[in-house]
Design a protein around this ligand. Sequence first.
Ligand SMILES: Cc1ncc(COP(=O)(O)O)c(C=O)c1O
Length: 360
Amino acid sequence: MTKTFDHGGTVFATARSLGIDVGELVDFSASINPLGPPPGVRESVAAVFDRLVHYPDSDCTRLAGLLAERHGVPTDCLCLGNGSTELIYLIPRLAAGSRALLIAPTFSEYGRALHLAGWQCDRHFFSASSRFALDLDALGTDLARGYDLLFLCNPGNPTGRLYSREEVAGVIDLCREQGTLLVLDEAFMDFCEEASAKDLVVDGGCGVVLRSMTKFYGFPGLRLGYALAEPSLAARLAALRPPWSVNTLAQEAGLAALADPEYAKRTRAYVARERERLAAGLAALRGVEVYPGAANYLLAELTYCMTGAELQRALLSRRLLIRDCAGFAGLDGRFFRVAVRTRQENELLLAALGEVLRES
Ligand SMILES: Cc1ncc(COP(=O)(O)O)c(C=O)c1O
């Protein structure tokens, strides 16, 4: 079968190639809440089984209402999707034009969606040497070359770097000056909600904010995401969506997840604590430099002796799967990304990394 994309989380293919069961792998390559889905999700998904004889509510009325309340926006600012990936693939049809600029290194699906839609796609690189800092002057110069769309991921994936509201406000100003539609991907922003610039984008009517419910709420297998935008943009995005794209189980899972604020609090505290421990553990390894991250993953660089691909192979023999970042434009073979998982799993990873690096 043809491989169509390059991602973390390829656990089924990896397990198949090793001849093992998926459950035997510890997946550090996809960045999913280590606490799993909120406890109420299982029950609520099971409880709606009998409703599967009906088509789903195409407008996701209850979930859109609850999300609108949570984000402090009117319901007509929301457009739900079958994961935020579905919305990424609709955006080239939302924007009039043919030239997009991606702030890189970044999530590969923006480029793929744009290419499939026939767009020209250029990249504005943030450098590892500046720790992926945002240079507004340099971005302004690139943007002035004339782009219809700009993609910014915050916190950045795979970098983990968080840009402040002030920095994003600067990007919004640039987009406004240039007449560029901004796509601000906040797929991981639930881990640091106070930094979200959703209100700046929605109130300013200058773009679309993408949010994912699969990472923070731990159910990527269910597919659920949404966009926040001013009502006319949100309505145009919704009009591009196939009917029933958000299935009944995903809608119910979303409602149950949002009904558990304690889980969200617990997740933020747990991930912040374990991320700091994992970062310290990585930094203590000889030949590893770790970049600061604001979400549930960390980017690291091997400063000598091994590539990310070699490290990935060595760890795979211990049934630990990490993300080799060589495929990200703007990074090279030295970079790898790991998810923040449970303390026990993170310690397992650190011990294995220590052994592999010592043997190399
Ligand atoms: C930055 C970013 N945006 C969007 C997505 C898509 O998430 P989903 O389609 O599961 O909502 C991902 C998935 O890895 C991602 O990393």
